[in-house]
Write a protein that binds this ligand. Structure first.
Ligand code: ADP
Length: 485
């Protein structure tokens, strides 16, 4: 079986979030299972800057864009046996950021990702790597299944290609005004509510939902939630219409990257058998954030994009209460400016309890996972979530809101002390979150119970192999569906 995974970002070539982790780890797990999986992404500036060697093989093409044609070239790089095709088009992709500067989205994002989606199909032709399934991820690639069924419909090579579309986050849909229709080179008959029209605009993600053979999201719970108005972000009707083709597969963890036994980024390595050494990381973490250093102060950590989705409004209104119970809280994140300001203000007010670093810092993320006792993730919605899975492996007990992947991957200890792996709350409120934090802290006070809980967390296994096997089943479904159409 041949699979081409298309994504705007793939780790380790380039990463801004969890999407890159998934589209980097899945193909490697597939390779191990004997599947010829490759990836395609734009050749962003950062890829060359990191020193990846780029091979030019004269794979040039041009694709229709509005009134004319735009030229591009497919170049190749590689990492640990994974072949990556890169769409080279410097006017679009040789930039300091992937999607937006701190001041907002790039104004030509529609054009950039229309070109990328067309280039994915051109790449299949020009490289000769014709996949059984083209696996598209998020709105930046969502037009490719539409182009397969319209602009490239008559192409004999592309006709054979089935499609799977994965929704990593329905909160980002790629919505652009209708004046961009000309860039698509398809007829206005597709600008209707049955296709890509969305309240007067073009919705890229919707194209993926309507035109792909099979759809999935990154947890079962989220695949059900998004069929409801509360979580459907305006697309719940479209998703309900395709519910028979909609699946959920929880992301795996790359335990080569996230394993306290041999993590090169943490001061002291530890395992389930030597978990007593974990606390040494806490002391370094406290020192790093200029907080009072003590083994006995419980430390809560959060690593996250600073966005509404992640629950920072209820965090902010709980902090005073939280600090009054004597905990330290550490946040690593970047994102919306208003959260930068809000959290910096709080840090000034509580310098002995609150540590904040506004940055993207992978090394520090590892230290926080290793050094914290508790990991807090009060998301409004969470398609899968990765940090709660990393936390389990690091014996850092997750406190989470029971939505999406958080609901699927964490078992509440209060309800189930035998199998519990964390503390959950459901209502989106500061009170409900504080209640869960307090339950965690009460358990923390009982050293023996806590040690048992930590060990159980560390024994959980969310390796990629399991998820990859589920993806293979979905690829087979996509092929069958494609052949029957
Ligand atoms: P999302 O994809 O919604 O941002 P996930 O939990 O699925 O959330 O994945 C986030 C990924 O990005 C994790 O690997 C996390 O460690 C990483 N991450 C997020 N913010 C930062 C940051 N400021 N510094 C380092 N890593 C971060």
């Amino acid at each position: 079986m041949k699979i081409l995974i298309a994504s705007p970002e793939v780790f380790p070539f380039i990463k801004t979030g969890g999407l890159a982790d998934v589209t980097g780890s899945l193909p490697k797990a597939l390779l191990k299972l004997g599947i010829d999986a490759r990836v395609i992404l734009p050749k962003h500036k950062g890829i060359e800057e990191q020193g990846f060697k780029i091979k030019y093989k004269n794979m040039k093409y041009s694709c229709p864009m509005s009134q004319g044609y735009v030229e591009g070239e497919i170049v190749e790089t590689e990492h640990e046996g994974l072949i990556a095709y890169l769409v080279e088009k410097d006017e679009y992709f040789y930039r300091d950021y992937l999607y937006n500067t701190p001041d907002g989205d790039y104004l030509d994002n529609a054009e950039r990702f229309i070109f990328f989606s067309k280039s994915i199909l051109e790449a299949i032709k020009v490289t000769g790597f014709v996949p059984d399934v083209l696996h598209c991820n998020d709105w930046e690639t969502a037009l490719a299944p539409l182009f397969l069924k319209t602009l490239y419909r008559e192409d004999q090579v592309l006709k054979k290609v089935a499609t799977l579309f994965t929704i990593h986050n329905l909160g980002y849909q790629g919505i652009f005004w209708q004046y961009d229709m000309h860039l698509l080179n398809i007829g206005w008959e597709y600008f209707t509510p049955d296709y890509i029209e969305f309240f007067g605009n073009i919705n890229f993600l919707k194209a993926g939902l309507v035109f792909s053979d099979i759809i999935n999201t990154v947890s079962k719970k989220y695949s059900l939630e998004i069929q409801t108005p509360e979580y459907g972000q305006g697309l719940d009707g479209v998703l309900r219409a395709r519910k028979d083709d909609l699946y959920g597969i929880v992301n795996g963890v790359d335990y080569n990257e996230w394993n306290p036994e041999n993590d090169p980024y943490i001061p002291v390595n530890y395992s389930r058998d030597t978990v007593e050494k974990k606390v040494k990381n806490k002391l370094v973490l406290q020192e790093t954030f200029n907080l009072p250093v003590s083994e006995n102060i419980p430390v809560i950590g959060t690593i996250s994009r600073l966005a509404d989705q992640k629950g920072f409004d209820i965090i902010a209104s709980s902090l005073e209460d939280m600090f009054s119970s004597g905990v330290q809280y550490i946040v690593l994140g970047t994102g919306e400016r208003r959260y930068h300001e809000m959290l910096s203000e709080i840090a000034k007010k509580f310098p002995r309890s609150f540590g904040i670093k506004i940055a993207y810092d992978n090394k520090l993320a590892h230290l926080i996972e290793a050094g914290s006792d508790i990991f807090l993730m009060p998301s409004k919605y969470e398609p899968c979530g990765l940090n709660q899975l990393y936390s389990l492996r690091y014996g850092t007990v997750p406190v989470v809101r029971g939505v999406g992947g958080l609901e699927d991957t964490i078992v509440d200890y209060t309800r189930d002390p035998i199998d519990g792996t964390g503390f959950k709350f459901y209502e989106y409120s500061a009170e409900a979150m504080l209640d869960a934090v307090k339950r965690a802290l009460n358990t923390y006070e009982d050293k023996e119970r806590w040690a048992n809980l930590v060990k159980r967390c560390m024994a959980e296994d969310f390796s990629w192999e399991r998820s990859a096997l589920e993806y293979i089943e979905l690829y087979k479904k996509a092929v069958i569906k494609h052949e029957s159409r």
